[in-house]
Design a protein around this ligand. Structure first.
Ligand SMILES: Nc1nc2c(c(=O)[nH]1)N[C@H]1C(S)=C(S)[C@@H](COP(=O)(O)OP(=O)(O)OC[C@H]3O[C@@H](n4cnc5c(=O)[nH]c(N)nc54)[C@H](O)[C@@H]3O)O[C@H]1N2
Ligand SMILES: Nc1nc2c(c(=O)[nH]1)N[C@H]1C(S)=C(S)[C@@H](COP(=O)(O)OP(=O)(O)OC[C@H]3O[C@@H](n4cnc5c(=O)[nH]c(N)nc54)[C@H](O)[C@@H]3O)O[C@H]1N2
Ligand SMILES: [Mo]
Length: 760
């Protein structure tokens, strides 16, 4: 019998890729409808049904047999046969005992719970926050600073702009850009591909509507990127296929040409910047004898000098906006493109004018450039103490390999603690970290590794204790963040699979065994917490903005509630008008173009002014040509979020022969005898993987693009094991962006490629 419509339950839900309604019947998800108010819903919403019947779900708690026999460092080879199923009681007691043993024997810093990862969009069950809250009640842990998304860029902006919020969404809103900008230059991407996603959910995807407005106004657009599809094909633009990791040279040359033409805004530089003289002298070549002009940059970037000179004229003659994607700072010396972009914008003098200046990360996430939400967003209260130990997030392998060694970060000298216990909940380091062969070596070092996950990811398969968490559709939660216009009710759609438990229930049970349950739970169950978190936002909205949000029950029944947002915002407007009255939180109170703090530190990989410095690997490197090396860009996948839902239909459809596709320019393919659809091997000194060749001229010659996200699947446990899935992180470099920022440098990577001769 066909299902009758009235027996279908409509369940409000949300993921990082958008809000939607799940149609549930007889405990099964039968359909997914996009949020009514979303003008451009993400196709990924249809993948969530996979959570309910993925073959990769972890059904019950598991313990590694060899670890149980003898605790301590071990190779942690994957394989389900390595694990024995245990009861929840047994597993929870083992976890509590390990936490207690390590903290009492070695100290809390020996517990690493940085636990980076995107987990689900629910702000209550948010696994890393729950983990940290629990551990803070028993003395703390070693955590992490910054994110894989943003680190080099945020660290430098804190010092030269006084605030990094500008690249987390407090930039000028895109509505002002769509209305006022006369020349738009995009370094990186401005693409619905990445704008599908937003950390903590997104109700309305608005990037496309702003792009359509720019198109309708016939705004000249220049896309500076190794990939042509970093802007939708329906947006007319000049494509400048830049050599990867050379944008800083282009930005400096544009500034140099503007200055040479006398078109720089001397008044803005004098009023609103410090160190402008030194910076301009650097552009003129005062120290190194090299003029930073179009001819100089052409040799580095591969972009013709006349084009660069023409763009410099256009930038100074019109209201111009520079968009710099987050990707540019996920590279060696990633501080520099963010700082050089700021210096170029300062030279043009349009910062603080509607539609002018610079914005970071438009489109990198769907909410960057959207009107910012003004009130408090729902979040689990944190208990972290000041001065608690941490590592820069992407230094995880260094932490495990080099306990006791010192490292520098933001001008400080710090030490890596001696890690005995790693607890990971809500992230997948064997997807996200660089140089996975190195991470495998590091991962063998701790005495115990606990992973809390819904899926048998490569990380879970390399744990000692595996705790099965529910996915968001098996429990209740709230989505919301500062870059979304709505709070969304994430209602339970189906019963938990197998023995999976919610992250809150798991941590509450561990807290109970550690004697801190009352402080952890504050006596609230799941729905009490959701009510509480919602009320915090509702009260803040009423108090500070004199607006009424619906009460919790109405919100929960309706599934969504709008929060006050700030449209038509121009960043740094009041600073520009009166820098003395609105000083920035920098060493001078102004935009810093020559930093005394960096001068004192004396790092040659992060000098006192924005500078182009050769990255560790790039197409212009000595010997790159003879080795036939190509630059690998490993960007975010289009049909999933990172490694989440890698096994869902949308993700599988983007693969070929079950593995990820690598884009290669037909010219590079012909040189190597590679045809479309061929299985190819990519390798360098760090590792090797297979992929399926996709011949396309959307990628610049000399560049390969292999997206992130496929589940790491090494053929064996050898030190240079062949990854069969096409995970670029077996190839990427595990190096801090600089001694200052220590950001992830994934986009700096040379590789070789050939037809694969073997069978796999
Ligand atoms: N080469 C290269 N590498 C990169 C990047 C790059 O550009 N190039 N980008 C980097 C960036 S910007 C990022 S943000 C990272 C992303 O790296 P991650 O955030 O680690 O990636 P995800 O796949 O989102 O991992 C989230 C994990 O949480 C699990 N999970 C989902 N819901 C729940 C839940 O409710 N509870 C629990 N306990 N677990 C849950 C998922 O199954 C998944 O395994 O990757 C980084 N890595
Ligand atoms: N669908 C989907 N959306 C996502 C994610 C996802 O996994 N899936 N992940 C989300 C997350 S966590 C983040 S942090 C953001 C990241 O957002 P971004 O950092 O903006 O995204 P990427 O895809 O890494 O890179 C964007 C583009 O930058 C270009 N690029 C790379 N290196 C260079 C360079 O040296 N110079 C220039 N000019 N261009 C370069 C590449 O061509 C690439 O297509 O995306 C978010 N959005
Ligand atoms: Mo990210």
């Amino acid at each position: 019998m066909p299902p009758s419509a009235d027996s279908v339950r409509r369940v409000s839900h949300c993921s990082h890729w958008g809000a939607y309604t799940l149609l549930v019947k007889d405990g099964r998800i039968q359909g997914v409808e996009a949020f009514v108010d979303d003008p451009a819903p993400s196709p990924i919403i249809h993948s969530v049904a996979t959570w309910a019947d993925s073959a990769h779900r972890i059904a019950q708690p598991m313990v590694r047999a060899s670890w149980r026999a003898q605790r301590g460092p071990n190779a942690r080879a994957p394989g389900k046969e390595a694990f024995v199923p245990v009861s929840w009681d047994d597993a929870l007691q083992l976890v509590a005992d390990e936490i207690e043993r390590v903290r009492s024997t070695h100290g809390n810093a020996s517990i690493f719970a940085g636990s980076y990862g995107w987990t689900s969009s629910g702000r209550f069950h948010h696994a890393p926050s729950q983990l940290k809250r629990m551990l803070d009640l028993v003395g703390g842990y070693t955590g992490h600073a910054e994110t894989y998304s943003l680190a080099a860029g945020t660290v430098i902006l804190r010092h030269v702009l006084g605030n990094a919020e500008v690249c987390r969404g407090e930039s000028s809103t895109l509505d002002t850009v769509a209305e006022h900008t006369e020349t738009l230059v995009i370094f990186g991407a401005l693409s619905p591909r990445t704008a599908q996603s937003e950390a903590g959910g997104i109700a309305r995807h608005t990037l496309e509507s702003h792009l359509r407005q720019l198109v309708a106004r016939k705004v000249p657009i220049v896309l500076i990127s190794p990939l042509r599809d970093d802007l939708p094909e329906w947006v007319p633009a000049q494509w400048w296929p830049v050599r990867p990791n050379t944008d800083t040279a282009l930005m400096l040359a544009l500034a140099g040409e503007v200055v040479a033409a006398g078109a720089h805004d001397a008044d803005f530089l004098a009023r609103c910047c410090s160190g402008a003289d030194g910076f301009l002298r650097y552009l003129l070549g005062a120290q190194d004898g090299v003029r930073k002009d179009a001819d100089w940059a052409a040799g580095i970037t591969g972009i013709d000098a006349p084009r660069i000179r023409a763009l410099a004229r256009q930038l100074s003659g019109t209201r111009s906006m520079l968009c710099v994607s987050w990707s540019l700072q996920r590279a060696d010396h990633g501080e520099q493109p963010f700082w050089a972009g700021l210096a170029l914008a300062a030279t043009l003098g349009q910062i603080g004018l509607p539609g002018g200046g610079i914005g970071y990360g438009y489109g990198s996430l769907g909410g960057v450039g959207a009107p910012i939400a003004m009130a408090k967003s729902p979040a689990l209260p944190a208990l972290r103490k000041p001065n608690a130990p941490f590592i820069p997030v992407a230094r995880i392998a260094d932490l495990l390999l080099h306990p006791g060694d010192s490292f520098t970060y933001e001008g400080k000298v710090l030490r890596y603690p001696d890690t005995r216990l790693v607890y990971w909940a809500g992230g997948n380091p064997f997807h996200h970290h660089q140089d996975l062969n190195r991470l495998r070596r590091a991962w063998a070092r701790p005495e115990t590794i606990i992973v809390q996950e819904p899926m048998w990811t490569a990380t879970a398969r390399r744990a000692d204790i595996v705790l099965p968490a529910t996915t968001s559709i098996e429990r209740n939660d709230i989505a919301g963040n500062r870059r979304s216009s709505h709070l969304i009710a994430m209602q339970k759609a189906i019963e938990p699979l197998g023995q999976a438990r919610s992250d809150y229930d798991i941590f509450r049970a561990i807290a109970q065994r550690l004697g801190v349950e009352a402080a952890f739970s504050e006596g609230r169950d799941e729905m009490d917490w959701l009510r509480h978190l919602y009320e915090v936002t509702r009260e803040d909205v009423a108090r500070r903005f004199q607006q009424q949000m619906p009460d919790f029950d109405t919100f929960w029944a309706e599934g969504a509630a709008e929060v006050p947002t700030r449209p038509h915002f121009t960043c740094l407007q009041s600073f520009r008008a009166d820098p003395g009255a609105h000083p920035l939180n920098t060493e001078s109170g102004r935009i810093v173009l020559w930093s005394q703090a960096l001068e004192a530190l004396g790092f040659d990989d992060c000098p006192p002014h924005p500078a182009w410095i050769e990255p560790a690997e790039w197409l212009g490197a000595a010997g790159a040509g003879e080795r036939n090396a190509l630059h690998l860009i490993s960007r975010q996948p289009e049909s999933k979020l990172h490694s989440q839902l890698d096994d869902a239909p949308a993700s599988m459809a983007a693969k070929r022969h079950g593995r990820e596709q690598v884009r290669i320019h037909p010219r590079d393919a012909a040189l190597r005898g590679i045809v479309d659809g061929a299985t190819v091997r990519l390798w360098n000194a760090r590792g090797q993987c297979l992929a399926s060749a996709w011949l396309t001229d959307t990628v610049r010659p000399g560049v390969l693009m292999l997206p992130t996200g496929s589940w790491y699947d090494p053929q064996d446990e050898g030190s240079n094991a062949l990854d069969l899935s096409g995970n670029p992180n077996v190839l990427t470099i595990d190096k801090g962006s600089s001694h200052f920022g220590q950001g992830c440098a994934a986009h700096t990577c040379l590789v070789s490629i050939e037809n694969f001769a073997g069978h796999a």
